[in-house]
Every structure is written in structure tokens, then in C-alpha cells.
Design a protein around this ligand. Sequence first.
Ligand SMILES: CC[C@H](C(=O)O)C(=O)SCCNC(=O)CCNC(=O)[C@H](O)C(C)(C)COP(=O)(O)OP(=O)(O)OC[C@H]1O[C@@H](n2cnc3c(N)ncnc32)[C@H](O)[C@@H]1OP(=O)(O)O
Length: 303
Amino acid sequence: MALSSAGRHILRTTCCTVRRFQCRSKAVYSAVHGFNEEDIRGKLLAFPGGSVDLVKQDSGIAVMTINNPARMNAFSGTMMIELEERVTQLEEWTEGKGLIVQGAAGTFCSGSDLNAVRAISNPQDGMKMCMFMQNTLTRLLRLRLISVAMVEGMALGGGAEFTTSCDFRLMAPDSVIQFVHKHMGLVPGWGGAARLVRIVGSQNALRLLGGAKKVDPEYGTQIGLASGVLNPANGTSALAEAEQWLAQYTKGPAAVIRAVKQVVVSGRELPLEEALRTEKDVFGTVWGGPANLAALASKSKHK
Ligand SMILES: CC[C@H](C(=O)O)C(=O)SCCNC(=O)CCNC(=O)[C@H](O)C(C)(C)COP(=O)(O)OP(=O)(O)OC[C@H]1O[C@@H](n2cnc3c(N)ncnc32)[C@H](O)[C@@H]1OP(=O)(O)O
């Protein structure tokens, strides 16, 4: 049955609305929690500068760049909005398998733009910004992509928090992750504390937050914050090395890699019985699928 152009428009609009709703449903805060996204978007727009760039590659690995080098890649208000838009694009990228997040010009990110922080230093606006960033970074962590924060130079404050919204962190020699919040009279607000505890345990999290301790690659590896240390050989860039490292987990069909990430997210976040039911549902999407049938036909041995 052919649809009229009005019918096609309604269908397209409905699909977009459903997709937007599905994306939002992966977030933490909504109107039920008194969160008004449009209100905070309006406030963030008043603090422009920098960009968040995204390149989706044919390999299935995307590269996101936090780009505000004049301010050590601090997050301006418009960059927070752009980050949310990039996460939406990644949620819609069904061929994707992996994501690398890097900072421009050899350093990761120095947190919130302090000019914006000073201008909205009342608790109400602070909490709105914090809900907006928690929503975005939670959706980033829940992407069906295996993600890596490639830390060169410094990841400070919100930048340190950002690294915890990726599945892995690779640190370049001489790089530092530091939760400087205590020195700023703050605690993390972008979800960094909750994620940090899950990554390094509560005692190490207390050391990093309570002491605003600098984490270098050696200490990071020791406590499990760093998943590896980059050591780019002559002629190889840090990004190329990170892509090579990630490829060990993203080799294979997108449907399978994305299913792997999905069962890990549900195992990490859901109560056991709910996680088991999700695992069963995800299993159903790959069982008897093309990759499964090809593997059965090839009688592969796992030696
Ligand atoms: C929940 C998250 C939390 C929040 O929002 O509540 C935060 O993230 S608060 C922000 C935490 N980050 C900081 O406090 C970083 C402060 N900056 C520094 O410590 C230094 O600038 C450092 C160590 C990043 C770099 O030091 P270095 O000597 O190498 O360079 P400069 O200091 O000269 O920095 C170059 C240039 O960048 C500007 N800059 C750096 N960070 C920020 C920032 N977060 N916001 C705004 N601008 C930043 C710095 O002022 C210099 O600009 P210039 O115009 O040359 O003065």
C-alpha cells in the first residue's frame, strides 16, 4: 500500500519521536524527577566555545574528540549540548562496534569551563547542569559500543569523571587523571563518583576523591582505573595504538559485539533475575543468526 506524502511525514515524525523516547528512556532523569531539559539547554547555550566532534569509521569504530584546546578542552555549555547530540547519533548507529574518546591537541579534558561554573554557581543551576551531564554520560556508558577513553595529558575534574563513562581507559605515558573536586570545594556531579566506586572499589575511590590524588599510568594500572598504558612506537600515533588495542574486542560482526556489550551492561546494572532475563532476550537475537550459523557450518575448533 503506497503512503501519501502526509502519511509518510506522520510516519517519519512518529519514528523520530519513538527513537527520541527510546534514547531518553536510557537516561536517569526525566520530568518525573523535576528535570526540564529545555530549561537547562537554554542556560547552557549562553556559554559557547569549542566543539565535540564525531567521526564514524567504516571499521565500526567511531572517534569522538573533545575540542576546546584554548581552555585545555574544558566543557563549555554548547559543548555539553553537542555531546548529548553526538551520543544520540551513536545510539542510532546500528553498524557501530566501538568508540574512542580523545581530547584535542594532546590533552584529554580539564572539566567544566570555569567561566560557566562561576556564572551559574547557585545550587539550582548546578544541579540542573549535573542532571543533564549525568543523563548524557549514562547514555554514553550504555551505548552498544565498546568504549575507550584515550587519556593523553590531563583529565581533571569533570574530565576525570568523563573517563569513567567509558568501558576502558588507556593512559599515555606522563598522563594524569585527577578528581580535583575536593580542591574546588566540590564532589563529582557528572556521575563520576558512582562509576568510580564500581571501577576501583570504595577504598580506592575514597583515596582518589578524598585526597584529590593524581593518578599516573602506573598507579592507574595498579588500582584498575587504567586498562592499559599506551606506548606509541616510532611513527604510530596514540590514536592508532588505541584503535589497535580496541580491535581485539571489536573484531567480528556488529550484531555479536553489540550483544556482548548489552549483556555486560545489564549484568552490571540490573538485579540478578532481571539481568538473567535480559541475557536470555539478547541471546535470542544472536542464536541462529548469521554469525552463529556460519560458525556451526565451519565446525570451528577453539584451539
Ligand atoms: C563536576 C565537574 C566540575 C564541575 O563542573 O563542578 C569541574 O570540572 S570543575 C573544573 C575542574 N578543572 C579545573 O579546575 C582546571 C583548572 N585549570 C588548571 O588547573 C590548569 O589550567 C591546567 C592544569 C588544566 C593546565 O595548566 P597549564 O599551566 O598547563 O595551562 P594554563 O593554566 O595556562 O591553561 C591554559 C588555558 O586554559 C584555561 N583553562 C584550563 N582549564 C580550564 C577550565 N576548566 N575552564 C576554563 N579555562 C580553563 C586556562 O585558564 C588558560 O587560559 P588563559 O586564557 O591562557 O588564562
